[in-house]
Design a protein around this ligand. Sequence first.
Ligand code: PRX
Length: 631
Amino acid sequence: MDLRIKTFEEYKEKYALSVAQPEQFWGEIADTFQWNKPYDKVCEWEFDSPDIKWFANGKLNITENCLDRHLERRGNKLALIWEPNDTKERFVRWTYKELYERVCEFANALKAQGIAKGDRVIIYMPMIPEATVAMLACARIGAIHSVVFAGFSATAIADRINDAQAKAVITADGLNRGAKQVPLKRVVDEALQHCTSIETVIVFNCVDWSPNMVDGRDIWWHDAVKGMDKHCPAEQMDSEDMLFILYTSGSTGKPKGVVHTCGGYMVYAAYSFQNVFQYQESDIYWCTADVGWITGHTYIVYGPLLSGATTMMFEGVPTYPDAGRFWQVCDKHGVNIFYTAPTAIRALMAYGDDHVLSYSLDSLRVLGTVGEPINEEAWRWYHLHVGKGKCPIVDTWWQTETGGIMISGLGDLSPQRPAHAGYPLPGVQPVLLDQEGKEILENGVEGYLCIKHPWPSILRTTYGDHERCKITYFSHYKNHYFTGDGAKRDENGMYRIIGRVDDVINVSGHRFGTAEIENAINENKHVIESAVVGYPHDIKGQGIYAYVVCETMPEDQNEARAEIIETVVEQIGKIAKPEKIQFVSGLPKTRSGKIMRRILRKVAEGEADKLGDVSTLLDPDVVDEIVKGAL
Ligand code: PRX
């Protein structure tokens, strides 16, 4: 089960093998898992449709690989440590045996509620161990989970429930977040006014509130598990059966449901986890992401548990009760591998060095970052103050759609260069394409980042709309998966991700489509139209800058801004709040009516002197007004 490459020389050999003989390479890795019926073929694919199959006709259950197969050797090993928001509350430590029993018990509860293989279940939970239990219990019985980040609004949940035609919601009365509590069940109730497919809502008691419980629909978690058996046979899944749907934003329309399937996702999650973090059996591993994002799926839950690791979940925020919380928790639990986002590092940097310098952090061995490019200053601070100059930093590039880390250092094996994700994992074949879609072969170049061969955890479809998957990822460049990112490759072949080349903004590592935010803003009754762009933000990486056209120019702009923000919070959630809202009398459009975002981006970036050619605009005067009113 040890999937680790152990030297950089071995990395090079494995990489070469993975390109020359992908089936042999992946077959050897896949054979270390528990298959209840062997697969017929490692990989069959064509990117046109797309139609991608890994480990076809193999039968498995990912939870048998996460739990059952560890029981003999690791039954008493810690599977999960949970650190609560409140420093005075007791933390939780569950062994593999305990986690197995809780998952089985809850899986039986789901079955008793009439939930079965293939049903879609929405999980809208705090960062508590029961969120992990809920995901695994769904997987145990073959139900397809779709975790919705607990910061999303009722409208956003309703959209996802309706798109997935989900049958059940698993939630909690509320959640703790720093000094605040958030009423989750109330948000679910509001969402459900717009949904007809939900038959059951299971509510975990997290904050001791008394939410409204609808008779015949809502049931407390503790009542649902009463008397349930602590063993539950695992549903036998086909490799290509859906494991989960995770909604993510793109450049057009509403968020789409990225679909991952059982066999390939399992293999890649464990393989990438062990290699990138150079995981060792006794490690305490902590990923600070939320389970509502892909990072939480692959690197809090599935990757570590498949590997028999001890994974830690944290309920709180990095700045509560103070900006030393991450480091206090690292020392408290003896964390060896720590994986977080550049935004968190930049935010903590801003609080000064004292918060980190008062902790020893001597248990740390490997540090990681994910979600957005890390700037050199933040990289150096992380390396010096958190890693004390001795821990490698793996800058992991990947996406919801890739399911797992694609380009990254491998612990201390690979050469490091600040702000560079580095080399692809064996099995991953990135290429840079030029404007015409021609592959750029040299080094020291920049281009559109694509992947030319599938890897086991590539998305298979977008839920309910295969055509959208094809158009978004497989139609830009024939026979290539298009990432939506631009990248540089340095003289040594190391990749540096520059950022999105489509209309996607990455705020604190969270993805939003500009169209999605514009649609939300346009819901405000005073708004005629809007255009949203990203701009560089010191902490968040990118901030949201909205240009808004109202029926009449608002007299009290601050009030109008607050109202628009409220609309966005209702439609999407607080995480999508525009940082800057500029009221304008019109938007710069071409004669064919297309908004020239290039101009709006330059103004938002404070580079109004570099607007370039504006002669094709319908009304060039509008640009002067926008430049003058820039925030
Ligand atoms: O633009 C890239 C950026 O995040 C996007 C994927 O977002 P999401 O699906 O939400 O997944 C985030 C966590 C995997 C990518 O298209 N991104 C992710 N990791 C990095 C990154 N940009 C630069 N460096 C990274 N390490």
